[in-house]
Design a protein around this ligand. Structure first.
Ligand code: HEC
Length: 173
């Protein structure tokens, strides 16, 4: 019995020490470029899905100004598409060609030729996340919210880069 308690105490000490070591590493890296990067909170695609489907459902947002529900898409994200923009960016989206504010979310639904939902795509502007590409965080989901890609996704960025002059948003014309 006593041995078990001693073992437990040793374990607690080890966890305590490694916890301190982690903290030291963080503070050591402060000030250099890596340190600054690591302090930017990385958005979590799974958590964001819950936010924009439950807390503040994107179906209640406006469809991108000038567009309609189930519009014919280019085929990249489905035969038919619907693009929604969060309320904070709506007025800028109306004027066109604008750089969106931080926290903006643009959500696109992709449908197949039978108009069944096949994917959900997100652009979320997160301050400091990717300054080289206007700080967009990218994510794609299955219809029920499984994350298929997230972050600085090269495929998304490379194609959307064609619209770099209008904040990477094809619809922003
Ligand atoms: C091969 C090019 C291409 C790739 C790759 C691509 N997109 Fe798109 N995306 C488009 C086009 C074109 C549109 C405009 C709507 C349409 O025609 O489908 C668009 C529209 C969007 C929109 C609505 C806002 C806008 O730009 O109009 C979102 C959100 C989006 N894409 C997210 C993504 C994500 C996330 C990825 C990566 C997982 C991605 N896209 C990959 C071409 C691409």
């Amino acid at each position: 019995m006593e041995i078990k308690i001693i073992m437990l105490l040793i374990l607690i000490c080890i966890i305590g020490i490694s916890g301190c070591a982690d903290q030291e590493n963080d503070s050591v890296s402060e000030g250099n470029e890596d340190g600054i990067d690591s302090q930017v909170p990385i958005p979590d695609a799974g958590a964001i899905f819950s936010i924009f489907t439950i807390n503040d459902s994107y179906n209640d947002w406006s469809i991108w100004p000038g567009q309609v529900s189930h519009a014919q898409g280019s085929g990249v994200h489905g035969d038919y598409i619907t693009i929604y923009v969060s309320d904070d960016a709506l007025s800028l989206a109306e004027s066109g060609g604008q750089v969106m504010p931080y926290e903006t979310m643009v959500v696109k639904e992709g449908f197949n030729s039978d108009r069944e939902l096949i994917g959900v795509y997100l652009m979320y502007k997160a301050e400091g996340f990717d300054p080289d590409h206007n700080d967009w965080f990218w994510a794609s989901y299955s219809p029920d919210g499984d994350v298929q890609a997230e972050g600085k996704v090269p495929g998304c960025i490379n194609c959307h880069e064609r619209r770099k002059n209008i904040d990477y948003i094809f619809s922003n014309v």
